[in-house]
Design a protein around this ligand. Structure first.
Ligand code: DX5
Ligand code: ZN
Length: 218
């Protein structure tokens, strides 16, 4: 199966946001990854639904929205209205996970569930057949540019084996510290989608670095 790249705008400067989105729109990547942080669930604050809604007009790509926030239920509608195509929220929030999954699915958009490095993989098993995507964090969520955690590779293998063995229609997304080397490890472990932030932006030209990564893995 074709590996997808979801470039994370967090790796770039928001002063340049229009050009970033337009460039990613011109690239061969199918997704654009948006990291929403509330300064509460994670120790960093980024942007909210208005930001996503404002840049929606610059691209028709799939908006892959990663909510690293508490109070997902309260704010969910805003992210749906902003034009998200996939909404991923964290298993670790203190809310009714199944209720949020069905709210997202009922709106006709894809639902992802993300899992932090210190959470045991088996905890998300009860939700796997309800979602479209599982996002396995390979850094502590909060910041771009961190080092890939090798000790998460077994989690990728375990979760993707479960999906395959049970013939589930769930894609495995890996988020954090992805480059050519770590991306290869993740694909071998069962990844379908790779989120890449700082690595793509550090290469200079965003369009060519994104296309190069896609070509390298396909
Ligand atoms: C981290 C975010 C990631 C991050 C990835 O909390 O969820 O999406 O932007 O950035 P890199 O690729 O630099 O680790
Ligand atoms: Zn992310």
């Amino acid at each position: 199966m074709k590996v997808k790249i979801s470039p994370s705008i967090l790796g770039g400067s928001f002063s340049n946001i229009e050009k970033i989105i337009v460039d990613l729109d011109k690239s061969k990547a199918e997704y654009i990854h948006f990291d929403v942080m509330d300064g509460d669930f994670v120790p960093n604050l980024t942007f909210g639904a208005k930001f996503i809604s404002d840049v929606r007009k610059f691209s028709k790509k799939i908006f892959d929205v990663h909510l690293m926030i508490n109070r997902v239920d309260k704010f969910l509608d805003e992210y749906i209205k902003a034009g998200s195509d996939i909404i991923t929220f964290h298993y670790e929030i203190d809310e009714d996970i199944k209720k949020i999954i069905s709210k997202i699915k009922n709106k006709g958009i894809k639902c992802g569930l993300a899992i932090k490095p210190r959470t045991n993989w088996s905890e998300i098993l009860p939700y796997l057949d309800l979602i479209d995507q599982v996002t396995i964090m390979t850094v502590e969520p909060g910041f771009s540019g961190q080092k890939f955690m090798n000790n998460q590779v077994d989690k990728i293998k375990n979760i993707s084996n479960q999906i395959k063995q049970n013939n589930m229609n769930v894609e495995v997304e890996i988020d954090g510290g992805i480059n050519f080397e770590t991306g290869k490890i993740c694909i071998e472990a069962g990844a379908d989608i790779l989120v890449a932030g700082s690595f793509l932006f550090n290469q200079g030209d965003l369009i060519s670095s994104t296309n190069k990564m896609l070509e390298n893995f396909n």
